[in-house]
Design a protein around this ligand. Sequence first.
Ligand SMILES: [Fe+2]
Ligand SMILES: [Fe+2]
Length: 363
Amino acid sequence: MSDLQLNWTEHELLATAPVAEPLIAGGRLCHGGFDADGTYVTPRTLGRNPAVSAWQQNQREIFGTEIVSVPLDTWPETYPNVAQSKYLLTEGVCEPVITNLTRIGTVEGFGAVIRYEDTRNLQRFFADPIEGTALGHLGPLFEAHARDEAGHEEVAGHKDMWFAARDIAFESPAVEDQMAVMLQRIGIPATAPTAKEIAANKLAMRVHDDLDPTFESMIRRMLSILFIEISAFHTFAWAEAVLSDENLVAGSGEAARLVSYIRADETPHVEYLKTVLTEIRDRTLITESGGRRPGKEVVETLWKNSLSESLGARRTAYLKTAVDELQISLMGNPRRDSILEGFHELGTFRPDASGEFAPIGTY
Ligand SMILES: [Fe+2]
Ligand SMILES: [Fe+2]
């Protein structure tokens, strides 16, 4: 057995390496910073990165299995794509891109709900020990994740970093006063769900009725966030390509650089989630009646459900919202029809005459 450090304190898992220069975006202090060479330093990875590597290696050594992987090409490219977005900006239609950046920042902020998962005494759900695993450190891992997404105390996280990128690129567009209206229009509630709403949802979404609903819901949430995190790498590529075009947006590439820092911060999220899901998959679970169930069976079922939701219903709803958004921003524009046509011509698929998109898999 290797000499791995498998037990870490919360303090260690939340620690950030010292930085030579802080990251300031749009006048606001953000998390992370730069080392003496000017390289961006992701926050809260001083202990988290080596800890996750150690847990992954330990998992391989004990169970002889590989950590789960999900290739990025499982997900289609961003819609609208880079060419479509740049075309709209060339035509002076900035609102869809601005709205998209607001939406991404808002969704990032909602990622902080992961800290409300109940991580106490998870050992009772496992027949195998979980000491010295990522599973055994989920509380601090969720807390680090929540702080990365929503910020912590006076230091801004991804939510405000996306808003800063938007404000730099589009010179502080007037969005604040319309925020509630816009969020409703794009299908996001203006406030994060309450603890009561979260609890009701857990029961409604239950798949395995012999598993503790809170525990099962936590696995589902981790899967859902993992898939959002991985598919988001397409979003980062889109944002960096659009926001680095100095002919189309302001800020001399600063907005795109900010997005590249956010992207760097996402890798630890993907890695710890993959590790925890692997640890659950390879263990035997204890059911509510005290029976046994292979973790593999549970993780594989929930994985399949979550993946098809990510690629199916959620994706189709998003495509329709994107086109609705574009149509709203073209209202009253005398060139509406020609811009819409130019936009669709640059896409790899388009809605039919009734505005419906073909089901996923047929593009
Ligand atoms: Fe994020
Ligand atoms: Fe993330």
